[in-house]
Design a protein around this ligand. Structure first.
Ligand SMILES: NC(=O)c1ccc[n+]([C@@H]2O[C@H](COP(=O)([O-])OP(=O)(O)OC[C@H]3O[C@@H](n4cnc5c(N)ncnc54)[C@H](OP(=O)(O)O)[C@@H]3O)[C@@H](O)[C@H]2O)c1
Length: 246
């Protein structure tokens, strides 16, 4: 099959950037979405196209803004055409606090970005994949969607929602040769994670059965496996050093 293109949301840094790089490395043209970090997105686009010889473009859209996401879909079709093969719903994150201390707006935003943003991705980009009778959709959920820890309930609800939604879509879109899977990272070291300090990170490692933490390369490997598999769908792969087992 002729290589098409991929879209990665939240690809200015962290796990999203690593996913976009992996896809470029595997020969996909890549649309890099970001919400605020334009320069980083531009730098990634330039680096990936120079390094891997693929076409790249960037688009600013808050994934929880359906209208902006529609604009991104139109931009993707104008720029890359209709052969969309991979969608990575990555943009997301959360804030830890006791539930009643979490500002109402943050509670809403957590659901909007993580869950609704993922649903919007399916809704807007899925029709292109249905038309092509091929697609690989990977949603970056979290181990927090599989198990609970203190003071993180809104994020857990959002990610558990992503996992449930993914399962439903895997059933509905299997007939279109579209696979839908989640990757559920545990702690993965990114720039944001580094800011937590060595001692804190070591503590996280010590709490895991493998006594270590994840790196973006571990997510890249899981992504690569999922886009090449014709039989994995509706699954949620926990890449988490054994911090919870599913
Ligand atoms: N790192 C971990 O330990 C870990 C563990 C479990 C799950 N996860 C999940 O993995 C995903 C990536 O996490 P990360 O640690 O790589 O995050 P990160 O380093 O904070 O990066 C987040 C990325 O998402 C973008 N983004 C944030 N909000 C957005 C929005 N509303 N619309 C579009 N883009 C948005 C950011 O772009 P701008 O800079 O332009 O805002 C940035 O590129 C998230 O879904 C997170 O919940 C991460």
């Amino acid at each position: 099959m002729e290589k098409g293109y991929a879209i990665v949301t939240g690809a200015s840094r962290g796990i999203g950037k690593a996913c976009a790089e992996q896809l470029a490395k595997e020969g996909y043209d890549v649309l890099i979405n970001y919400s605020a970090s334009k320069e980083r997105a531009q730098e990634n686009a330039k680096n990936f196209s120079e390094k891997y010889g693929v076409k790249t473009a960037i688009f600013q859209a808050n994934v929880s803004d359906y209208k902006k996401m529609e604009e991104m879909r139109d931009f993707a079709v104008e720029t890359f055409g209709e052969n969309l093969q991979v969608l990575v719903n990555n943009a997301g994150g959360g804030h830890m606090a006791p539930f009643l201390d979490l500002p109402f707006e943050i509670m809403e935003e957590t659901i909007d970005v993580n869950l609704k943003g993922t649903m919007y991705g399916f809704r807007l980009f899925g029709p292109l994949m249905i038309k092509n009778n091929y697609g690989r959709i990977i949603s970056i959920a979290s181990s927090s969607g599989l198990r609970s820890t203190p003071n993180n309930s809104s994020y857990q609800a959002a990610k558990a929602g992503v996992i449930g939604f993914n399962r439903g879509m895997a059933i509905d879109w299997g007939k279109h040769n579209i696979t839908c899977n989640c990757i559920c990272p545990g702690f993965v070291l990114t720039e944001a994670g580094e800011a937590l300090g060595e001692e804190f990170i070591q503590q996280i490692a010590n709490n895991s059965p493998l006594k270590t933490i994840g790196h973006v390369e571990d997510i890249q490997k899981a992504l690569s496996y999922l886009i090449h598999s014709n039989v994995m769908t509706g699954q949620s792969i926990a890449v988490n050093c054994g911090t919870c087992m599913w």
